[in-house]
Design a binder for this molecule. Structure first.
Ligand code: MAN
Length: 352
């Protein structure tokens, strides 16, 4: 398989031990899937911080948020016959699915794009209300006309949907609630309007007819979405046979809107690929890579909280206009960086 990613020598850039937990009684299990943006000439990450209590031998314990924002710890004996626990990320107890960790989003800043620190006086973003009691995850950041749009996964026992908050200063946030209801995630807003409309990629999924496919929607205001089109499907027998989902905001190139996306196969191996959309009408997919452009290969990508995973939802286009720096989650546990040449990705696309 092809892998054209140039990984940072310093990888992993961030590990769970690198920052403090949000509160006493919890520890950080994973740092992953950061949104990325530039603000005041620095590179910033909105890192997903997944926490739970220190695990004891005989019980599984995890936190959930109450409607008022308090933390409640749920403890389940491992030998309880009503517990199904065969995925590190989710469990089922008495017929209800729960996440094994609770995620919030933390801001980290860097002067060089390689070493990140927590700046003072910037708030964390945490789940709020009944649609986010299992936390918020995997934030994408789109800068449109001076406003940052944050789309993230809101999780609760009601389901998994897309939440939106906006900000101009990263200190004050406006909450717009859930913009795409369950089951939906991986929402990346285009950073430019097309013919006066906002556009976004998103990933609804169905348990029965249909699948985990990438869709396109448009909106007059960035909040209310419609005109949905299914544009990218899973491909039988290929690396993206089980699920596909958008990465960060599409990259505008002369040839079209270039999107880096993740695909997983039946064995839950997560790789990255790319597709190209028409500049004027992004519902037209012009080309797609057949092989992945990045495959889990290094130790930190192969083993961790959930191994065999590279997953990106944030990037920066460097001043040369060709170098794409992606930040990505490795093994659902570490934050890493890698670079691509946009020209090289375009060369690997196969016309539809
Ligand atoms: C999947 C994985 C997890 C995530 C949940 C909820 O199980 O992507 O990492 O926490 O969905 O979104």
């Amino acid at each position: 398989m092809t892998d054209i990613a140039k990984r940072f020598a310093e990888n992993p850039l961030l590990s769970p031990i690198d920052i403090p937990a949000s509160r006493e009684g919890l520890e950080i299990t994973c740092l992953l899937n950061p949104g990325v943006f530039q603000y005041e000439n620095k590179t910033w990450l909105v890192v997903r911080v997944a926490e739970r209590p220190k695990q004891k031998e005989d019980v599984i314990s995890f936190p959930i948020l109450t409607e008022t924002g308090a933390i409640k710890i749920i403890e389940i004996p491992k030998d309880d016959p009503e517990l199904i626990a065969n995925d590190a990320r989710v469990i089922n107890y008495k017929g209800t699915d729960y996440l094994t960790t609770l995620s919030h989003l933390r801001l980290l800043r860097s002067d060089d794009g390689h070493s990140f620190y927590e700046p003072e006086n910037y708030p964390s973003l945490v789940g709020e209300g009944i649609l986010e009691t299992f936390g918020i995850e995997d934030c994408r950041v789109a800068l449109i006309e001076g406003t940052y749009y944050l789309t993230f996964t809101s999780v609760s026992d009601n389901g998994v949907g897309v939440g939106l908050r906006t900000t101009t200063d990263w200190k004050n946030f406006k909450k717009h609630g859930m913009i795409l209801p369950a089951h939906n995630k991986d929402c990346a807003i285009f950073e430019e309007k097309i013919n006066g409309l906002f556009y976004a990629l998103h990933r609804p999924s169905s348990v029965d007819i249909g699948g985990n496919y990438i869709w396109l929607a448009s909106s007059p205001d960035g909040i209310h979405w419609g005109n949905h089109h299914c544009i990218i499907k899973t491909r039988k027998g290929l690396w993206d046979s089980k699920r596909v989902g958008a990465g960060a905001a599409p990259i505008k190139t002369e040839k079209g809107w270039l999107e880096i996306y993740h695909g997983a196969n039946e064995a839950h191996q997560y790789c990255l690929g790319a597709f190209l959309m028409d500049l004027e009408d992004p519902s037209k997919v012009l080309a797609r890579t057949e092989q992945p452009i990045m495959v889990p290969t290094t130790t930190y990508e192969l083993s961790g909280f959930f191994g065999n995973v590279v997953f990106t939802n944030g990037h920066i286009i460097e001043p040369d206009g060709d170098t794409l720096t992606i930040y990505y989650g490795a093994s659902d546990e570490f934050v890493c960086g890698a670079q691509f040449s946009i020209k090289e990705i375009l060369l690997l696309l196969k016309n539809n």
